[in-house]
Design a protein around this ligand. Structure first.
Ligand SMILES: *[C@@H]1O[C@H](CO)[C@@H](O)[C@H](O)[C@H]1NC(C)=O
Ligand SMILES: *[C@@H]1O[C@H](CO)[C@@H](O)[C@H](O)[C@H]1NC(C)=O
Ligand SMILES: *[C@@H]1O[C@H](CO)[C@@H](O)[C@H](O)[C@H]1NC(C)=O
Ligand SMILES: *[C@@H]1O[C@H](CO)[C@@H](O)[C@H](O)[C@H]1NC(C)=O
Length: 961
């Protein structure tokens, strides 16, 4: 009986209403003057189910979300769309309820979605009574959208947010500005003068989108304009493609906009939908007939404002298919394709030629096949020089090898034991034999190429001294200098030289290699940290969602030791040694001067080169999958966007040179992985180190010197300056080079072993403190330690200010300092540890660490992101996904090191060297521009020459006869 009455009421209602099919001449909007041809109108209080001929409830699950901060993936189930009575303000009777399920363990949030069956909606006015998701149950989004693809969208989002006070509605085109409150209106403003919405924003609110044409889109709350977009002045053209109309309730946990997801589910309501629009399926003839027909019978035009309209216009099957762009017109592209092919072909030939010429595979064979007998018969001098020319180690010992920013001196491919890759100058420390070294440089430049062949024959392919030049400098002095330097700085690397090198040479070898090994290991660990932050956030960041339980265990046990940012410390402490070593020993300011001149270009040029490469890659869309990654990895850590203009690029590069450390350079947001914040630290503390070493060397009394060290380290520590790391590096170098404390210690086991224990305690105890913090909630040593430092703005102790908390990543910490000291000393003093750090793999890697450091982020965030997102979309288990991503990315990273390092090298090292040469040495005598021809050929002697030639010819002819 009841249902009969209801049906009767509905029938009566329908009688009182007008069906839209009677409006054969469209719908006139008196507010805008527009006429729309089609309509779709549905009232939830007048129906028992969705109008099946025009609307459908969707079933889908997004494999990923395009959002930098989405840690969940939205979906929709048709069972989540029900009709139920609503008691909220602004609507009487039943309403569609769009429910949302609690998030699953797999971070899937199933909501509800209803959409128009037709997909040919092109411009129109769209209104809906939307009841926001419930307050206080967790954030979700009720959106009204016109969708074509992710860039061609117009939508508004009603968001309850986690805290009801933060609730707001955003009005967007092409889905951008996801996080910007300025593109939306807070619920608390709905009632104010601009919107005068009297009823509660938590009840039903009539929202409207006027998508008038390709140049004008307006959003309304009730009748009040909330946002207006014009194509004029917009960064991109406004959406124009035929779209589908959709109302969706979803949540993906974007902490900056919608927040959420609701842990126990939630629901949102839709009261009515009124859409008037044009269809893209009408041809221009159709339009002409429409105009003609409706000119004659204007009576059949309905009004958009007529609330008695019900139903939906008919449409063809074609209209329910997604609109397709016309295929690419290849005729227009042929010229471009042709040019690209030609360029690619030329590049390939040139590269192949270069590779063939350089033959990077050859020298390795040479090393392998080096006959030990022939090597041992080489003169001792030859052997030493050979050792000197082996790149990784001398790179390290020589030329300020900037630790992680190690600058690799060889003009050839570093890492490859290549004959003649090193200029002789590289084997001569500037401080050791200035006079001869200089002549040597000048002369060797020219002759190096010519005598390369001779050299390689002469000493197993390794000697770098051009025989023709031997006479030009004091050979004895040179040999002496070399021998003097070897124990300090020159390790041997290849097996052959190891085998036949006499003890005084092998022992110091390890003394230098181990530091290279330490830095190489540290840089690999830093890449691992970034990998974890990108793909396995739960292993690095406490209280984030983990894919597997094991990640939590890794965080609590492995991370404090292996994946800790304290590994950045050894970069800093060890880099000092190579900056100040020569001055500390010789007291010659030339070393300081050279480092001062070379430091900036050497650090900045490679960074600028890789940043430019990334600039290019981003512009061509290499990191376009990165934005999808958070929904799969649940890590919101990765973020990078392309540069706005080239000017920004320049500005950010320059900023790197001048920014004061303990700040985040802007380039962090335009560069894959924010590693570049360490560049200002390195750069500024280089000046500190270079200045410090001059002061230190003047303090002759040991206790005063040590007192000065103590004072400076404490002050830097207290002021939260990275300088403390560099002072420690300086101190360790000083102890070694000036006081030769190693010999002293080695001869006193009673001091040595307790000291070794102490530094092991530092090295392993410091991360253990972090470990305790992982296990014990509410207690964190780093936070406590941060509290005692001064707050720069107020001068109070940090713990008394509002900035008190866990220190930012770019601030130095005590545990990192003690860890670095411990580890550095352990590596300096323990021969066992040294042996480990001198292994071949690390030695191979060492020359590449700057490249590794600069490039790994790009690979993770482009290739890694693409692989990860696609595998996840195919439901590959996450552990397998990670395995594949790790193998692929690391293969690519290590594979491109040998290709990129020489380029960076060439840029950083050669340019720096040229600058310093140009500054410090007398220019060689100017050559006549006609070189190698004599000036005579232009000065009228041509005739004579010709005559001579003829004479010679006739002479020869005579002889033949
Ligand atoms: C349904 O709701 C609309 C808008 O509130 C109202 O105009 C209409 O009369 C209602 N229909 C019925 C059958 O109550
Ligand atoms: C709902 O019903 C009440 C009482 O009948 C009426 O005052 C109110 O205007 C109605 N609201 C809507 C939106 O129709
Ligand atoms: C979306 O569609 C437009 C129009 O066809 C097209 O230009 C654009 O590349 C598409 N965007 C994406 C991300 O597919
Ligand atoms: C809206 O509310 C949020 C959260 O309460 C607040 O941060 C924001 O500043 C508000 N918007 C405006 C325009 O005041």
């Amino acid at each position: 009986m009841e249902s009969f009455i209801l049906t009767l009421a509905l029938l009566l209602q329908l009688v009182a209403s007008t069906d839209v099919s009677s409006c054969s001449c469209g719908f006139f909007d008196s507010k805008t003057g527009a006429v729309w041809t089609d309509a779709l109108i549905a009232y939830a209080n007048e129906t028992e189910e969705l109008p099946r001929d025009s609307l459908i409830a969707e079933n889908f699950q997004n494999p990923y979300e395009k959002n930098w901060n989405a840690r969940y993936r939205a979906g929709a189930k048709s069972s989540n769309l029900v009709l139920s009575e609503s008691t909220r303000s602004g609507w009487n009777g039943t309403a569609w309820t769009l429910k949302i399920d609690p998030p699953t363990k797999d971070h899937i949030v199933s909501g509800a979605s209803l959409r128009s069956i037709r997909r040919d909606i092109q411009y129109g006015t769209f209104e809906a009574a939307l009841g926001a998701p419930k307050p206080g149950v967790g954030g979700s989004i009720l959106s009204m959208r016109l969708d074509y693809n992710e860039t061609q969208t117009v939508n508004l989002n009603v968001m309850n947010a986690d805290a009801p006070n933060d609730a707001w509605t955003s009005f967007m085109i092409y889905g951008d500005w996801r996080g910007t409150r300025s593109k939306g209106v807070n619920f608390s403003y709905f009632g104010n003068g601009s919107y005068s919405f009297q009823s509660s924003p938590w009840g039903f609110v009539p929202y409207r989108i006027n998508w008038d044409n390709a140049s004008k889109i307006d959003f309304f709350i009730g009748d009040a304009l909330a946002r207006s977009v014009r194509s004029k002045g917009a960064a991109k053209p406004l959406p124009v493609t035929p779209a589908v109309f959709r109302i969706q309730h979803s949540s993906f946990g974007d902490i900056y906009t919608s927040e959420g997801p609701p842990p126990n589910g939630s629901d949102a309501r839709v009261g009515m939908i009124r859409a008037f629009f044009n269809t893209s399926s009408m041809s221009s003839e159709d339009h002409a007939t429409f105009d003609k027909r409706c000119h004659i019978v204007p009576a059949s035009v309905c009004l958009v404002s007529d609330t008695s309209l019900r139903g939906a216009s008919n449409f063809s099957l074609q209209a329910s298919r997604p609109w397709k762009t016309k295929g690419i017109d290849y005729n227009k592209r042929w010229p471009a394709i042709f040019v690209v092919s030609v360029s690619a072909a030329i590049s390939t030939v040139l590269l192949a030629h270069a590779i063939f010429k350089r033959a990077p595979w050859k020298p390795k064979q040479a090393v392998g096949s080096l006959d030990p007998r022939s090597a041992s018969t080489a003169t001792s001098r030859g052997r030493k020089l050979k050792d000197l020319s082996t790149p990784p180690s001398f790179m390290f010992s020589e030329h300020d090898a900037l630790a992680f920013t190690a600058q690799l001196p060889g003009v050839g491919t570093p890492g490859q034991v290549t004959a003649g890759t090193a200029t002789p100058r590289d084997s001569l420390p500037p401080g050791s034999s200035h006079g001869s070294a200089q002549i040597f440089v000048a002369s060797s430049r020219d002759s190096l190429e010519m005598c390369r062949a001779n050299e390689s024959k002469q000493a197993g392919g390794q000697t770098v001294v051009p025989p023709t030049d031997i006479g030009k400098y004091d050979e004895k002095k040179q040999v002496e200098a070399t021998i003097r330097e070897i124990p300090k700085k020159t390790p041997a690397v290849n097996n052959a030289s190891l085998a036949d090198a006499n003890p005084p040479i092998t022992t110091p070898k390890q003394r230098v290699d181990y530091l290279a090994g330490l830095v190489a290991l540290a840089s690999v660990l830093v890449t691992l940290i970034h990998f974890a932050l990108t793909f396995l956030p739960a292993t690095e960041i406490p209280y984030t969602h983990a894919h597997y339980e094991s990640e939590i265990w890794a965080l609590k046990i492995v991370t404090p030791y292996v994946l800790t940012f304290s590994w950045i410390g050894p970069f800093f402490t060890s880099s000092t040694r190579f900056l100040i070593g020569s001055y500390l020993k010789s007291g010659n300011l030339k070393g300081v001067a050279e480092k001062t001149v070379g430091r900036t270009p050497r650090l900045i040029i490679p960074c600028a080169a890789i940043a430019a490469l990334e600039y290019f890659c981003m512009q061509v869309g290499a990191i376009s999958w990165l934005e999808y990654l958070p929904s799969v990895t649940w890590s919101t850590w990765p973020y990078a966007v392309g540069y706005v203009t080239f000017g920004h690029f320049i500005s950010e590069i320059i900023e790197l040179m001048y920014i004061i450390p303990n700040a985040v350079p802007q380039i962090t947001f335009n560069y894959c992985i924010g590693v570049l914040w360490t560049i200002p630290v390195q750069l500024q503390n280089s000046w500190l180190s270079l200045l410090a070493v001059i002061v230190i060397r003047e303090i002759k009394t040991p206790w005063k010197r040590m007192g000065y060290y103590t004072f400076c380290i404490l002050m830097h520590y207290y002021a939260m300056s990275w300088g403390s790391f560099f002072w420690v590096g300086l101190l360790i170098a000083d102890l070694d080079l000036t006081y030769t404390w190693k010999d002293w210690l080695y001869n006193r086991p009673f001091v040595y072993y307790p000291f070794l224990n102490f530094i092991s305690l530092l090295a392993f105890g410091s991360p253990s403190i972090d470990l305790v913090g992982m296990w014990k909630a509410n207690w964190n040593f780093n936070t406590l330690e941060f509290g005692i430092h001064p707050h720069q703005r107020t001068g109070h102790a940090m713990r008394d200010t509002s900035d008190y908390g866990y220190p930012a990543y770019y601030l130095p910490r005590l545990t990192a300092l003690t860890f670095s000291i411990g580890f550095h000393l352990l590596v300096e003093l323990s021969t066992v540890v040294q042996k480990f750090f001198s292994n071949r793999l690390l030695m191979w890697l060492f020359p590449h660490i700057l490249t590794l450091y600069l490039i790994h982020g790009l690979v993770f965030w482009s290739l890694g992101a693409a692989i990860c997102v696609h595998l996840a979309a195919h439901n590959v288990p996450y552990w397998a996904n990670m395995l594949i991503v790790a193998i692929c990315t690391y293969t690519v990273i290590f594979g491109c090191l040998p290709l990129l390092t020489p380029i960076l090298e060439g840029l950083g090292k050669s340019i720096t060297q040229k600058i310093w040469q140009g500054a410090s040495s007398k220019p060689p005598p100017r050559r006549k521009t006609l070189y190698p021809f004599s000036p005579e050929i232009l000065e009228g002697n041509k005739a004579e020459d010709g005559a001579k030639d003829r004479d010679v010819e006739s002479q020869a002819a005579k002889e033949r006869m």
